[in-house]
Write a protein that binds this ligand. Structure first.
Ligand SMILES: *Cc1c(COP(=O)(O)O)cnc(C)c1O
Ligand code: SF4
Length: 335
């Protein structure tokens, strides 16, 4: 029996939930009973990069708290207009390693395919907030070029689907793409980076779970969860279902000032993830993308946090602290 307290959005399909997302700063503020002092800046900053957040994610925010760690990831702020030395629009210089539309080949043995241009959430700190998705919006024709590139390079054994969010694709497109990748003999692993387990749990329909568990190649899902408050029962149920389907579950986190830059918060996150069957993988320093400097935690503080985690957690619950440097052969570990 469905308790009468379940809000109406929970009865909607994932596609309907996407059409009904919150995109107006005024709606977000009023939904959380926050006063309008943040509205003018939010509206200006939303013109730089639109506000977008799902009801599911908003439902885990604390009403009336302007410092809520989930709200701070999505609320457009005046600080985004700051011009900071060392911050640019393409700090990773990805445009240099773009051999086919939507394909990024930077590291040995693995390629990253931007499978879908959009997300079900716009994270303000996003390293792709200035990415030219129009040139990287996929279609089958463009995927063919990426697939042809992969097919002729036997040293590639893993395809990483990223975005945007690859699970924003409809089942039909995703089925086609997974089947094509799975048919390449030297591909042994398919990895999907997605924020949807946290942002849109209802995306994980039985059809999707079937799709993800049907590949010959081993399937890895990397969730992007930044705070334990993002994990409620519905998210836990998604992780459980993915685990039941035989999928390896990892998580990566971005270290964000005033959101998760404390040892207690990170420890709690690691424990909560593991309870749900997910292993912490990476803890990323922020990429220096214009408009995000107010989220940066400096490297020295990050190192101290890492040491505290090592002192308090078993090694397997300590994510690897990394940053991304253009031209480097892998993420750069920080010790
Ligand atoms: C992060 C990243 C990868 C994956 O790196 P792993 O260390 O294997 O997780 C692959 N390609 C690109 C372009 C990346 O940015
Ligand atoms: S889900 Fe990832 S790619 Fe999408 S806006 Fe957030 S950080 Fe950026």
């Amino acid at each position: 029996m469905i308790p009468h307290t379940i809000p109406t959005w929970q009865h909607k399909s994932w596609q309907e939930q996407l059409t009904n997302q919150i995109t107006k700063p005024a709606d977000l503020l009023s939904r959380l009973s926050l006063d309008n002092q943040w509205l003018p800046a939010a509206e200006r900053a939303a013109a730089l990069f639109p506000l977008r957040v799902s009801e599911a994610f908003v439902s885990r925010m604390r009403p009336g708290d302007p410092n809520d760690p989930l709200l701070l990831q999505v609320l457009p702020l005046g600080e985004e207009f700051a011009v900071t030395p060392g911050y640019s629009e393409d700090p990773l210089e990805e445009e240099k390693s773009n051999p086919a539309p939507g394909l990024i080949h930077k590291y040995h043995g693995r390629v990253l395919l931007i499978a879908a241009p959009h997300c079900a959430i716009n994270c303000r700190y996003c390293f792709r907030r200035h990415f030219d998705y129009r040139q990287n919006t996929p279609s089958r024709t463009e995927w063919q070029a990426a697939l042809a590139y992969i097919k002729t390079r036997p040293e590639i054994d893993e395809v990483i689907l990223s975005g945007g969010d690859p699970l924003m694709l409809g089942d039909k497109q995703l089925r086609w793409l997974l089947t094509e990748i799975d048919a390449i003999p030297h591909i042994t692993r398919i990895r999907i980076h997605s924020r949807l387990p946290v942002v849109l749990p209802d995306r994980f329909t039985s059809t999707l779970l079937e799709l993800l568990s049907a590949t010959r190649a081993q399937m890895v899902v990397v969730a992007h969860c930044n705070h334990s408050q993002e994990i409620d029962q519905s998210v836990e149920a998604v992780f459980e279902a993915l685990k039941q389907a035989g999928i390896t579950l990892l998580n990566q986190t971005v270290l964000l000032k005033n959101i998760n830059d404390s040892a207690n918060i990170l420890i709690e996150l690691s424990k909560r993830l593991f309870q749900s069957g997910v292993l912490p993988y990476y803890l990323h320093l922020l990429d220096r993308v214009s408009g995000t400097a107010h989220y940066e935690v400096d490297e020295l503080d990050a190192r101290r946090l890492r040491e505290e985690l090592l002192a308090q957690l078993p090694g397997y619950l300590v994510p690897t602290l990394v940053k991304e440097e253009p031209g480097a052969p892998s993420k750069t570990p920080i010790r």
